[in-house]
Design a protein around this ligand. Structure first.
Ligand code: ANZ
Length: 764
C-alpha cells in the first residue's frame, strides 16, 4: 500500500481480529498468569462520546501491553443497561425502554468496535437481560434470608422530576445527582440494604487496597466513623435522653441539651409551648440536611417546662430543639458546650444561653463515672434501593393477603419485568399498572396476593457485574467458583472519579456480603484502582451541548483514524491521576503526523544492515516505554517513541529489527497501523499476539569511561570519553588538555602509551 490511509486499514483489521477471535480469552492458558483488567461499563446512552473513548480506548493500551508481556488478559465490556437514562429517553421518544436500550447497545457495540479495543465480546454482560437479573434477584433473596435486606419507613430523598427515591449517595449538594433537581425529604417505606453493618470493615479494609488516597479518604469521610461516648441525661419528667459526644471531657461545661426536631421523645414530653414546637418541626421538614448543617444562622425553640440534669455535677440545664442537630446521626441529641464547640457557641449566643468555662476532665473516666458507654457512630446510612420507576430489576417480593412480604422463591426467578406497562412517571410505581404482573402473582401464590411494584436502584446491578463476565452463560449459578478462583480479585480497575462513594462503596459492600455468605472467596474485589480525569472541550470547559464545545470522536475517527484518536487521548497527559485535559485540535493532527512518519520510515529498512548507531536508543526506548506504561504514563511513552522516530529518520538506512521493535511498542497505542505495517514486513501472525520487545542491558550501560592523563608518569589531568573510541582519538583528547599543552609547549612527545579504560601516559 502506498501512503497511510486509515480508512483502508482500520475496519479491515477490526473485522479480521473479530473473525480470528484473537481477543477471546480462555479461563486458563498454560504457562500464563491471568490478569483481570476491568473498566466501568457504560449506560447505553446511545452515542459514544469522547469520555467513552478516554475511558475504554486508553486502558486498552494497558491491556494490550500486559498481553504482549505474556499474561492471559481479560478485558471485558458490557452495559449497565437498566436505569433512568434509558427510561427517560424512551419516554421522550415515545418508545419502549427495552427496545430503545437494545437499539442503543447495538449502535454502541459498533462504535466500541471502531476503537479497535481488545475486548472479549463473547463475555459481554447486559444487566437488563433476564439471564443477568435473575442473579441480581437471587442475591437479593440471599441477603433477605440473612438479614441484610429489610423494609422500613424512613425519611427519603425524593426527586420531584425523576419521580423517585434517591440514596444519600445520589444527592449531590442537595440536588439529584442525575438531573440536578432540588431534592425534597419525604417519609416512605422502602427496601433497605444493611450496608451499615459493614461500616467498620469498609473503613478498615481500605488500608489493604492499592487505591488512590483520594478515594480512600473520601470513603472514610463518607462512612464517617466517629468514636465517642453516649451519656444519659435525666429529664425533669423522669424520662431520659442519651447524647452522643466526642468530647466527654467537656461534660462540666454543658449549659443546655438540644434535640433534633425529629427526635421521638418530643411526642411524649409534656411541652408547654407545644404549638410553637410543632410549627418549628414542620418548618424543619422543608430543609435539606446540608442546609441545616451549614447554616450559620442558628434557629431553635426551647421546650418550655422541660429541663435536664447534668449527670456529672447535678446542674439543671434547659432543653431545646434545633435543626443543626440531625436526627440520623449519633442519638439525635446533643449536649451543648458553647465554650468548646463552635456551633454550640453560635447557638448559645443567639439564644442567650450560658457559656461557662469549666476545667476539662479525663474523657474515659468521666464516661464510666456517669454510667455512660464508649461507642462508635457513623455517618453512613443503610442503602435504600427502592425505586418507583419502570426500567429496573424487579424486587422479587410478593405480599400475602395480610400484607406480609415474602421472597419470590428461587424457582420463579427471573421474576420478569412486565411489559404491559405505561412507563410515564406519575409518582407511583409503573409496575402497579401491570395486569400481567398481578395475574402472575395470583396464579403462583394465590388470590389476594400482590406483587412488589418497586424496582431496584441500578447501583445494585453494577455491584456484582464483574463476577458475571467470568461466566456469563452459566445458568446454574452467577459464576462458577472455579472461574472466580482463576480470575478474582480484579487486578486493575480503571474508572471515573464520580464513582467514589457510590459504585465503589456499594460494590465493596456487596462483595463483603457475598463473601460472608460463602459465595465468593475474597472480601475485596478490586486490588488496584486508578481513576482517570475528564476530557474537556477545546475551551477548557466540561463538554456540553449547550456550550457547543462537544467533540464528536466519530468525526475525528473518520477524518484522522481511530489510531490517531486513541493515541492523542493517551498523549494528553498521565492517565490514572484525576486531571482534566482540554481537547486540542492541533494536538490531534500532530499525532496523526507522527503515524504518517512511522509509515514512511518503512522505506528506510535495509534488511542487510545489522547494526546502527541508533541501536542504544532503540534499547533505551524499549525500556523507557515499558516503564512508562507500567505507571500509566502513556504520554511520556509516546514522547519516547517520537524521539526514537526522529533519530531513525536521520539515518539513511535502518535495521529491520529496530523498525519491528518500534512497531511493537506502537501496537498497544495504534493497533491498526501497527498491524498493517507488521504484515507488510511479511509477518503472518498478528502483531497483537507477538511478545513485547526485550532490551539488551549492554546497550544501556553509561557510554563513557574516565582515563587519567600523565606526563612522564605524573598525573596532570583526566579525560572522559566513549569506551570504544580509536587510540588516535584518545591521544588527541589527552594532548588537548590545557595543562598538557602547557608542559609540551609545542614540542613533540616521544611516545604515548594508552592503557585502555585506565590511563594515558605521555612520554616527553
Ligand atoms: C459535645 C461537644 C463539645 C462536641 C465539643 C464537640 C465538641 P463528629 O466528630 O463529626 O462525630 N453531635 C452529635 N450528634 C449530633 C447530631 N445528631 N447532629 C449534630 N451534631 C451532633 O461530631 C461529634 C460531635 O457532634 C459530638 O460531640 C456532638 O457535639 C455533635 F467541644 O458533644 B459534641
Amino acid at each position: 500500500m502506498e501512503g497511510y490511509n486509515h480508512r483502508e486499514i482500520e475496519e479491515k483489521w477490526q473485522e479480521k481480529w473479530a473473525l480470528d477471535g484473537i481477543y477471546k480469552v480462555p479461563d486458563t492458558e498454560a504457562g500464563k498468569n491471568n490478569f483481570y483488567q476491568l473498566v466501568e461499563f457504560s449506560y447505553p446512552s446511545g452515542n459514544l462520546h469522547t469520555g467513552h473513548w478516554y475511558a475504554f480506548a486508553v486502558p486498552d493500551i494497558f491491556a494490550r501491553y500486559k498481553r504482549m508481556q505474556g499474561l492471559n488478559v481479560l478485558y471485558p465490556m458490557g452495559f449497565d443497561a437498566f436505569g433512568l437514562p434509558a427510561e427517560n429517553a424512551a419516554i421522550k421518544n415515545g418508545g419502549d425502554p427495552a427496545e430503545w436500550t437494545e437499539r442503543q447497545m447495538e449502535a454502541m457495540r459498533t462504535q466500541l468496535r471502531s476503537m479497535g479495543a481488545s475486548f472479549d465480546w463473547s463475555r459481554e454482560v447486559v444487566t437488563c437481560a433476564p439471564e443477568y437479573y435473575k442473579w441480581t434477584q437471587w442475591m437479593f433473596n440471599q441477603f433477605l434470608k440473612n438479614d441484610l435486606v429489610y423494609r422500613d419507613i424512613t425519611m427519603v430523598n425524593w426527586c420531584p422530576k425523576d419521580q423517585t427515591i434517591l440514596a444519600n449517595e445520589q444527592v449531590v449538594d442537595g440536588k439529584c445527582e442525575r438531573c440536578g433537581t432540588e431534592v425534597v425529604q419525604s417519609e416512605q417505606q422502602q427496601w433497605m440494604l444493611r450496608i451499615t453493618k459493614y461500616a467498620d470493615r469498609l473503613v478498615d479494609d481500605l488500608d489493604k487496597l492499592d487505591w488512590p488516597e483520594e478515594i480512600k479518604s473520601a470513603q472514610r469521610n463518607w462512612i464517617g466513623r466517629s468514636e465517642g461516648s453516649e451519656i444519659t441525661f435525666k429529664l425533669s419528667t423522669d424520662d431520659t435522653v442519651s447524647v452522643f459526644t466526642t468530647r466527654a471531657d467537656t461534660l462540666f461545661g454543658v449549659t443546655y441539651i438540644v434535640f433534633a426536631p425529629e427526635h421521638p421523645l418530643l411526642e411524649i414530653l409534656p411541652i408547654e409551648n407545644r404549638d410553637e414546637v410543632n410549627a418549628y418541626v414542620v418548618a424543619t421538614k422543608k430543609k435539606q440536611e446540608l442546609e441545616r448543617q451549614q447554616s450559620k444562622e442558628k434557629t431553635g425553640v426551647q421546650l418550655k417546662g422541660i429541663t435536664a440534669i447534668n449527670p456529672a455535677n447535678g446542674e439543671e440545664v434547659p432543653v431545646w430543639i434545633a435543626d443543626y442537630v440531625l436526627s440520623g446521626y449519633g442519638t439525635g441529641a446533643v449536649m451543648g458546650v458553647p465554650q468548646h464547640d463552635e456551633r454550640d457557641r453560635e447557638f448559645a449566643e443567639k439564644m442567650g444561653l450560658a457559656i461557662v468555662d469549666r476545667p476539662l476532665v479525663d474523657k474515659k473516666e468521666i464516661t464510666e463515672k456517669v454510667g455512660g458507654k464508649l461507642v462508635k457512630t457513623y455517618r453512613l446510612r443503610d442503602w435504600g434501593i427502592s425505586r418507583q420507576r419502570y426500567w429496573g430489576c424487579p424486587i422479587p417480593i410478593v405480599y400475602d393477603p395480610e400484607g406480609k412480604a415474602h421472597a419470590v422463591p428461587d424457582e420463579h426467578l427471573p421474576w420478569l419485568l412486565p411489559t404491559d406497562v405505561d412507563h410515564t412517571p406519575d409518582g407511583t410505581a409503573p409496575l402497579a399498572r401491570s395486569k400481567e404482573l398481578l395475574e402472575r402473582t395470583e396464579k403462583i401464590f394465590g388470590a389476594g396476593w400482590r406483587p412488589e411494584v418497586e424496582t431496584m436502584d441500578t447501583f445494585v446491578d453494577s455491584s456484582w457485574y464483574f463476577y458475571r463476565y467470568l461466566d456469563n452463560k452459566n445458568e446454574a449459578t452467577f459464576a462458577s467458583p472455579e472461574k472466580m478462583d482463576t480470575w478474582m480479585p480484579v487486578d486493575l480497575y480503571m474508572g471515573g472519579a464520580e464513582h467514589t462513594t457510590m459504585h465503589l462503596l456499594y460494590s465493596r459492600f456487596w462483595t463483603k456480603a457475598l463473601h460472608d455468605l460463602g459465595l465468593v472467596k475474597d472480601s475485596e474485589a478490586y486490588k488496584v484502582r486508578r481513576n482517570r480525569g475528564l476530557i474537556l472541550g477545546p475551551d477548557g470547559n466540561k463538554m456540553s451541548k449547550s456550550k457547543g464545545n462537544v467533540i464528536n470522536p466519530d468525526e475525528y475517527v473518520e477524518r484522522l483514524g481511530a489510531d490517531t484518536v486513541r493515541m492523542y487521548l493517551a498523549f494528553m497527559g498521565p492517565y490514572g491521576v484525576t486531571v482534566n485535559y482540554p481537547w486540542d485540535p492541533n494536538g490531534v493532527v500532530g499525532v496523526r503526523r507522527f503515524l504518517e512518519r512511522v509509515w514512511k520510515l518503512k522505506a528506510k529498512i535495509d534488511v542487510e544492515k545489522k547494526v546502527c548507531k541508533t541501536d542504544p536508543l532503540v534499547h533505551k526506548t524499549i525500556k523507557g516505554v515499558g516503564e512508562d506504561i507500567d505507571e500509566f504514563k502513556f504520554n511520556t511513552a509516546i514522547a519516547k517513541m517520537m524521539i526514537l522516530l526522529n533519530a531513525l529518520e536521520k539515518e539513511e538506512k535502518i535495521v529491520l529489527g529496530s523498525y519491528k521493535a518500534l512497531l511493537k511498542l506502537l501496537s498497544p497505542f495504534a493497533p491498526h497501523i501497527a498491524e498493517e505495517l507488521w504484515h507488510e514486513l511479511d509477518e503472518t501472525e498478528s502483531i497483537h499476539l507477538a511478545s513485547w520487545p526485550t532490551y539488551n542491558t549492554d546497550f544501556l550501560i553509561e557510554e563513557t569511561v574516565t582515563l587519567a592523563v600523565q606526563v612522564n608518569g605524573k598525573v596532570r589531568g583526566e579525560i572522559t570519553i566513549a569506551p570504544d573510541i580509536a587510540k588516535e582519538d584518545i591521544e588527541a583528547a589527552a594532548l588537548a588538555l590545557p595543562r598538557v599543552i602547557a608542559i609540551v609547549a609545542g614540542g613533540q612527545p616521544k611516545k604515548i602509551i594508552v592503557v585502555p579504560k585506565k590511563v594515558v601516559n605521555i612520554v616527553f
